[in-house]
Design a protein around this ligand. Structure first.
Ligand code: SER
Length: 616
């Protein structure tokens, strides 16, 4: 099955069930400054999920162009993509769980549609906690659907802390909020339990993962194919109480590429029909074989595909040094570098883009309409980058002719000429030399520190050492900073930070003593984020971009300087975004329990908090 066929089947199925087919919204969100790109099908529908009537009715279905840029560096492995299409159907206060679940099962298993073997379908539901009850309704619906098929619908409860518990034989698995609640366990706004649908690939369970295989085990046996979110609540404030919505919504999402791969039994999304055509075009221009250099092929295919969609969007952006344009530049330059690795010296972006437009232009007609614009921008960017490389190479040669290239010089090539460090390395290797990575890294760090602390010493992390204890407390400081702003107000600003291996000390602007109730709320909020075990990751960006992301920190640096921004959050929203040099833990769960030990005055209008974490 091709992606085009699956997309059409999905839209047709829900059309039969009374849904209006809505066109994909722009991949560059309009009127939403909180995100650079559309990352989920529901994102453009947020105003309507919040109660505004949608002009096309209360049952909607779409295939939405999405771009997730958090994992750019991961692309090249067997599953990451930046651009993808999300299939989704929505009920805006119309149908609810019985219809949503029954139709999902029908679409997947009915011979008229996908005809999957129902025995290979496994599902997960929300197990319930003190905040919201167990999703008995979904469990009941799934049980009767499986029973009609003659499949025993045993319920398994997987306690994440006790993976030895035997859940073999179960069909419906109950998990806590971390897995089956959307968008996040304590996040403010529309939310609710979800039921996720998994497909059993039949692969053997791999050791080194959960002791007993279950749908959420990452060994590769189960593939998640569809998420059905039941937006039945509104959380009044971060970590606050739930309010039942008078009008309940359904929001579902299915990753198109992954589903096609699964239906075809393809090993990865890169072997699906549309990608095969793109990959074979890259084989033709490079005279290399995909099977010998999968990583480079995957990066080139993904990055040119993503850029084609972003440039070709009705609200498209072109490569530049800021915001979305910077992401496109990064994607294209990364594709070009991988092309070099395959020996491609002549321009090739436009050739591959033409094939991509051929694959997707029938459905996404904007790609055809904007064909010459897309091709022109790709050629311009390739040309610009070639000039950068040419200039950098000349400088490299000047330096190399005077002796070996030092780590400082390599850094200069990178910072002043934009010359990729990988190329310096490659060219040195050709001369039987190598880069002094340590000096380069030290220069890099110095540069970051300089740009971060350009105007004020107070923004230094104040980290005594890089031990795990200090690192945990450093991440806790970011959470504390954000929680204080959320609870006390945006006037809260960092005035100082000092961390030892025992405690953090955080000074901030606030006119009065915190009440015991405020202290408790701050603690609870930080602990809620810790409980969600949110990933922490960083991105290098320009100051302008950091501003666009709404990162907190100092913005005194001169325009064009690069800063590092640490994000703590899931793929939809970030709890905290802060300019910082690190280091940080990779997941908030590592912090253990957060406790405020002391709150006192430092001077007029400045308060000080000392706090600790217990560690995991
Ligand atoms: N919003 C949910 C998701 O992105 C379902 O569409 O998974």
């Amino acid at each position: 099955m091709t992606a085009a066929e699956l997309r059409q089947k999905y839209l047709d199925f829900f059309k039969e069930k009374g849904h209006a087919v809505i066109p994909s919204a722009s991949i560059v969100p309009q009127n939403d400054p909180t995100v650079l790109f559309t990352t989920a099908g529901m994102q453009p529908l947020i105003p309507f999920l919040s109660g505004n009537p949608h002009p096309m009715g209360s049952r909607l279905v779409s295939a939405q162009k999405c771009l997730r840029t958090d994992d750019i560096e991961e692309v090249g492995d067997n599953r990451h993509l930046t651009f993808f299409e999300m299939l989704g159907n929505w009920s805006l206060g119309d149908y609810f769980k019985p219809e949503a679940i029954t139709w999902a099962f029908e679409f997947l298993t009915d011979k008229k549609w996908l005809g999957l073997d129902p025995k290979k379908i496994y599902v997960t539901v929300f197990e319930g906690d003190e905040d919201a009850i167990r999703d008995e309704e979904s469990i009941g619906i799934w049980q009767s659907l499986f029973e009609i098929q003659g499949i025993a619908a045993e319920i398994g409860v997987v306690n994440q802390d006790e993976p030895t518990q035997d859940v073999n034989g179960a069909r419906i698995y109950a998990y806590p909020k971390k897995k089956n609640w959307w968008p996040g366990a304590t996040m403010k706004g529309l939310c609710g339990p979800d039921t996720e649908i998994f497909y059993d690939t039949g692969k053997a369970h791999q050791p080194g993962f959960d002791k007993v295989c279950n749908p959420n085990c990452d060994c590769g046996r189960f593939v998640e194919i569809w998420n059905n979110v039941f937006m039945q609540f509104n959380r009044l404030s971060e970590g606050g109480a739930l309010e039942e919505l008078p009008s309940k919504n359904v929001d579902t999402g299915m990753g198109l590429e992954r589903m096609v791969a699964m239906l075809n039994g393809n090993e990865t999304v890169f072997e699906t029909p549309e990608f095969e055509v793109i990959i074979s075009a890259i084989e033709q221009v490079s005279h290399k074989k995909y099977h010998d250099t999968k990583r480079a092929f995957r990066i080139i295919a993904d990055h040119i595909r993503a850029s084609t969609f972003v440039i070709g969007d009705p609200h498209g952006v072109v490569p530049s040094n800021i915001g979305q344009g910077y992401i496109v530049r990064r994607l294209l330059r990364r594709a070009i570098r991988e092309g070099h690795r395959l020996g491609l010296t002549d321009p090739f972006l436009a050739k591959i883009a033409a094939v991509i437009i051929g694959q997707y232009g029938t459905h996404y007609t904007e790609l055809e309409t904007n064909r010459s614009h897309i091709v022109g921008e790709l050629q311009k960017e390739e040309d610009k980058f070639a000039k950068t490389i040419e200039k950098g190479t000349k400088e490299f040669e000047k330096m190399a002719n005077m002796g070996t290239i030092t780590g400082e010089q390599a850094f200069m090539l990178f910072s002043t000429y934009g010359f990729p460090i990988e190329l310096t390395e490659e060219m040195l290797r050709e001369r039987g030399s190598s880069i002094d990575r340590e000096v380069f890294a030290a220069e890099f760090k110095k540069h970051q520190e300089l740009s971060r602390t350009a105007s004020a010493g107070m923004f230094k992390g104040g980290l005594a050492d890089h031990s795990i204890e200090s690192t945990r407390l450093h991440t806790a400081t970011h959470l504390l900073h954000r929680a204080l702003k959320n609870i006390l107000g945006e006037h809260v600003e960092q005035k100082g930070s000092n961390i030892t291996s025992e405690r953090l000390r955080f000074d901030f602007s606030h006119p009065e003593k915190l009440t015991p109730e405020q202290i408790k709320r701050v603690e609870d909020m930080v602990n809620a984020v810790i409980d969600q075990d949110l990933p922490v990751h960083s991105k290098e960006m320009t100051v302008a971009e950091a501003k666009m992301h709404g990162a907190i920190g100092l913005f005194e640096e001169k325009y064009g300087d690069k800063v590092k921004v640490y994000f703590i959050g899931n793929e939809i929203t970030d709890f905290s975004k802060e300019i910082c040099g690190g280091p940080h833990v990779t997941h908030t769960g590592d912090l253990g329990k957060f406790k405020i030990q002391k709150e006192e005055a430092v001077s007029a209008g400045i308060r000080r908090i000392k706090a600790s974490v217990s560690g995991r």
